[in-house]
Design a protein around this ligand. Sequence first.
Ligand code: SAM
Length: 297
Amino acid sequence: MSNGPLPREPANLPPLREVIARHGLGARKALGQHFLLDLNLTRRIARAAPEISTGTVIEVGPGPGGLTRALLSEGAHHVIAVEKDRRCLEALGELAALYSGRLEVVEGDALALPLAEVGTAPRQIVSNLPYNISTALLIGWLTALAGNPAAFSAFTLMFQKEVAQRLMAEPRSRHYGRLTVVTQWLCEVRALFDIPPRAFTPPPKVTSTVVALRPREEPMAPADLGNLERVTAAAFGQRRKMLRQSLKPLFARCEETLSDAGIDPTARAETLSVEDFCRLARLLGRAKGEAANPPGT
Ligand code: SAM
């Protein structure tokens, strides 16, 4: 893909509302469709994504193409847009024709596609996510990052505000939980701005937040993802209970193991830091006699 100067916006780009009407793209709830038609907001999201003129920008769920247009007009050289709703493909095809060679449209389920392998690196994901599957999608991308910290260079994603709060939560807060630990273990997380329900067609019930996730060069501390998931699931599955109780199913001599690791057995899950959970994941790896613990454990 060439890195020469890009034409901004094609003169013959039809208004988004006209595209939606012409292709009969009434929003479908089952697909989490809440379209963002305000050009100022789509541009703001596109501008928040770092260095879109290099590598591949993957957009999940372009729908009628509002954010896609913004990414292209803000200078993305190569956008791969993955959309499950076949009704949108013709409209997206028209957009691809106007931005010759810069937009590739893929029909498919983003949950099932190995996005860490599409296009060329560096790969980043920018999306107004379908809310019903936003955490499942994120967990899939985090799993890819756990195996390869260079799998993705950045994520600029819109979530329900409540999910964004979970991603950014600090210990001792009610939003702190499994998703927080695994996300912060692998990424730096920053909330960029909120978008009110009225900005979408149709409006969702809740406020949305655009979040920037930047993968760390290395995870915050050594740990195996599977073991980290096991300890966080056990600890937060019974978050009101003391760790010596909630982690009992995982460790034969639970109280002793926790004390030896410098973790108070009477503490509760939400008081532990991400590093503490990594330590517990390493202890679990040892308790299971895993030969291949990650280096530095
Ligand atoms: N990007 C558009 C915008 O900002 O107006 C639409 C965003 S809408 C919140 C979510 C989009 O994700 C819809 O177009 C929906 O069809 C699509 N979608 C839902 N589930 C999907 C999946 N599993 N894989 C790919 N796209 C999906």
